[in-house]
Design a protein around this ligand. Structure first.
Ligand code: PEP
Length: 259
């Protein structure tokens, strides 16, 4: 039996302004409250645009919500002349628990390579944030059957210089790029193959006990209709949910996959 608490994290991407964000979090909270959701049983988080975070914080604090929140990216630097960037200290000051790092859209559209992803993972830890490290292969790599080696190379690079104390809290999201926003979900077996290999690599890089405590999520076209099957896999500890997280009722259903 696993002691890992599943995490359902909604990646809103560049959607929902700060007023829409308040409405979405309120609706999510009410829906989960109605369902008597136990947040110790399944943790729920939203990764919001930077401009939403102050509003989300205010609501979470005022209503004492157990929903956690975070950002979708951070600067690798703590402060300084980096126009347009947002730093780890700024995010932790806003009460963020999590920050996504290395999402495939950042890697593709913002040329974030493994070196940048590693610097951002380390910056997140340094400033008290838990990185949700996103890894996963594109279609060509999958067709060549190289998904495991490709993804593990991303894990190795991202965790270079990360201490065991830090690594013990990391969240890793396996997101095959061909399954993101395409409606084409990986089979539960595909998800298990790579999520299991990620845990195996953590055991090699650190130790088996640490690896056994790290949450490995699956991401890519997760919906309420397919989440339960994916969650049955032994090494899948939750989901990073894009499109389906924009509808709070649907996202609540995903978080309630056990009921
Ligand atoms: C994502 O962007 O992290 C994601 C998994 O998106 P979607 O659920 O829309 O495929």
């Amino acid at each position: 039996a696993t002691t890992r608490t599943p995490l359902m994290a909604g990646n809103w991407k560049m959607n929902l302004d700060h007023t829409e964000a308040i409405a979405a979090v309120q609706k999510l909270a009410w829906t989960l409250k109605d369902a008597k959701h136990d947040f110790d049983d399944v943790e729920v988080a939203v990764l919001a645009p930077f401009t939403d975070l102050r509003s989300v914080q205010t609501l979470v604090v005022a209503d004492k919500l157990e929903i956690r929140y975070g950002a979708q990216d951070l600067s690798q630097h703590a402060s300084g002349a980096y126009t347009g960037e947002v730093s780890g200290p700024m995010l932790s000051r806003l009460g963020c628990t999590y920050v996504a790092v290395g999402h495939s859209e950042r890697r593709e559209y913002h040329a974030e390579d493994d070196t940048v992803v590693n610097a951002k993972v380390r910056a997140a830890f340094e400033h008290g944030l838990v990185p949700i490290l996103c890894v996963g292969e594109g279609l060509e790599v999958r067709k060549a059957g190289d998904q495991v080696s490709h993804t593990l190379a991303q894990v190795d690079a991202a965790l270079a210089g990360v201490t065991p104390e830090q690594a013990a809290t990391v969240v890793i999201a396996y997101e095959p790029v061909w399954a993101i926003g395409t409606g084409e979900v990986a089979t539960p077996e595909d998800a298990q193959e790579v999520c299991g290999a990620i845990r195996g690599r953590l055991a090699e890089l650190y130790d088996a006990e640490l690896a056994g405590g790290v949450r490995v999520l699956y991401g890519g076209s997760v919906k309420s209709g397919n989440v339960a099957q994916i969650m049955e896999q032994p090494d899948v500890d939750g989901a990073l949910v894009g499109g389906a997280s924009l509808d709070p009722v649907e996202f609540a259903k995903i978080a309630r996959f056990r009921s």
